[in-house]
Design a protein around this ligand. Structure first.
Ligand SMILES: NC(=O)c1ccc[n+]([C@@H]2O[C@H](COP(=O)([O-])OP(=O)(O)OC[C@H]3O[C@@H](n4cnc5c(N)ncnc54)[C@H](OP(=O)(O)O)[C@@H]3O)[C@@H](O)[C@H]2O)c1
Length: 270
């Protein structure tokens, strides 16, 4: 990570903030001195970072050294968090928010006009497999956000802030869709006659193996799907249901639309 971005101050080290800490450490992107963490109830990653030498819940006076502030608290907590720290930050600090739904205009006002970038990441940041969307009005803030997230996986620049609603719905939330698919397949495998232990191993193995193959082969998902589905075979019978008129396509449209609507609500209510 470029020197100008450090030290990084992480506000909120829960599921996502913890994944960022793990990913930065895994990538060697930060030294212990480069990381300050604030969280009232630090989780395992924050505690591990503190044991490594990062500053956990240090004094307010130390916050002035932070060149980048990563806001990773829940949408209900962001305003209070900003109020608590903005007064202690240096004038040059850049704010990078991963909070779903909250607009740059509101964030920048709460941080006394400092440049703000918004990022929508995924929890696989913890293993260097994040997919992050970045948007900022300010070119300096956009570069800063890219510097933070490039060591963690794929980064996509969004041309418009409004697209962050779609990025949240189709990417930030999407790991949960995959896990729900694994759960549903496990249940269906049990209904079809497998023991629970076998259903767990086989459903997880089949889907995670397919995900790894998707990445390793570089092929389109549709091509890989067609390779599994021989004409007149069992997979084709299954896909007749899964990809039918009331199947996965319309279900995913409704799923993503629900997340977009919620992201818009969160933005409107803060
Ligand atoms: N989880 C994801 O996959 C994901 C993906 C993309 C974006 N995001 C965004 O990331 C943000 C965090 O999500 P999350 O899942 O990590 O939530 P989370 O697990 O609840 O973590 C938020 C953390 O922030 C702490 N916190 C609350 N107020 C604070 C304050 N004033 N100063 C410092 N820390 C404070 C919370 O402590 P307490 O528990 O004690 O309140 C908690 O540990 C959300 O805004 C979400 O939209 C999440």
């Amino acid at each position: 990570m470029e020197a100008a971005a450090k030290p990084v101050l992480l506000i909120g080290a829960g599921h996502m903030g913890g994944a960022l800490i793990a990913g930065w450490r895994l990538a060697g992107a930060l030294a212990p001195d480069d990381l300050m963490v604030r969280d009232p109830h630090p989780g395992p990653e924050a505690l591990a970072a503190a044991a490594w030498g990062a500053a956990l819940n240090g004094p307010d006076a130390a916050l002035a050294a932070a060149n980048t502030v990563v806001l990773a608290v829940g949408p209900a907590a962001w305003r209070q968090a900003a109020e608590d720290i903005a007064v202690h930050l240096g004038k040059e600090a850049v704010v990078v928010s991963i909070v779903a739904g909250v607009a740059e205009r509101d964030l920048s006002a709460a941080f006394d006009g400092r440049p703000v970038a918004r990022v929508m990441p995924t929890t696989a940041a913890a293993i260097g497999r994040c997919a992050a969307s970045v948007w900022a009005n300010d070119a300096h803030a956009r570069r800063r956000a890219r510097a933070l997230f490039e060591p963690l996986g794929a980064v996509v620049d969004l041309p418009r802030e409004a697209q962050l609603h779609a990025a949240t719905a189709a990417c930030g939330s999407a790991p949960a869709y995959f896990y729900a698919l694994v759960e549903a397949l496990q249940s269906a495998a049990i209904s079809a006659g497998l023991e629970p232990a076998a259903a767990r191993i086989l459903a997880r193995g089949a889907l995670t193996g397919a995900a790894v193959l998707l990445e390793a082969s570089g092929q389109d998902a549709g091509d890989l799907r067609r390779e599994v589905a021989s004409p007149g075979g069992t997979t084709q019978a299954a896909l007749g249901v899964l990809m039918g008129a009331d199947g996965l396509g319309p279900l995913m449209e409704r799923t993503v639309a629900a997340a977009v609507a919620r992201s818009m609500q969160l933005g409107a209510s803060r």
